[in-house]
Design a binder for this molecule. Structure first.
Ligand SMILES: [Zn+2]
Length: 189
């Protein structure tokens, strides 16, 4: 689920996944889609055509901006039902190459490709023993990592400047800058 605002709300707890595991999944999918060495990924094409070959019950819906279904959100995903709902303006902007909208779609696909399902025993434990949700158990964090790994693969962007990442991968300046900063840290390499 993607919310408006700079701080993304915490997601539901899901089985833990580390950066390396999410990167492996993103790389494998890039292989399956035949785009391993392409810097620019046509995420709308993957949303429209490839999802259905990979997930048999998958469907996506474009929802009018005035529809209360997506009030305050760009898009949302129901992993159990394998449905992605996207605001019409976000879909249209993604088709025109807007970086933020492309990232939103990659994030939503991430919830499906990572097969997100609530870690119910852990959620119960959190209620019983209130504690912060570790990032690698947070569905929203995992979907963001997936979107970054899928749109800006490590092997392609590791030597690039922020501007080069923006231009080559079709992402927003802030997504490119975040990626560049994170890839300087040892656990992201
Ligand atoms: Zn989300």
């Amino acid at each position: 689920m993607t919310s408006f605002g700079t701080i993304r709300s915490k997601g539901v707890p899901v089985p833990p996944k580390r950066i390396r595991e999410i990167r492996m999944i993103a790389t494998k999918l890039r292989d399956i889609f035949g785009i391993r060495n392409c810097a620019y990924c046509d995420i709308v094409q993957i949303l429209e055509y490839f999802g259905s070959t990979f997930l048999p019950d998958y469907a996506y819906e474009i929802v009018s901006d005035s529809d209360p279904l997506l009030k305050g959100k760009f898009a949302e995903t129901f992993p159990q039902e394998q449905i992605i709902r996207i605001k019409e303006s976000v879909y249209n902007k993604a088709c025109e190459g807007d970086g933020l909208s492309r990232f939103t779609i990659a994030h939503e696909l991430g919830h499906l490709f990572l097969r997100h399902k609530e870690d119910a025993p852990f959620a119960r434990l959190m209620q019983y023993l209130p504690r912060p949700l570790e990032t690698w158990r947070d569905a929203e964090w995992q979907a963001d990592v997936f979107a970054a790994e899928f749109l800006m693969p490590y092997e392609i962007v590791k030597e690039m400047s922020t501007q080069e990442i923006c231009n080559s991968c079709g992402v927003s300046r802030s997504a490119a800058e975040t990626r560049r900063q994170k890839l300087k840290k040892p656990n992201w390499q």
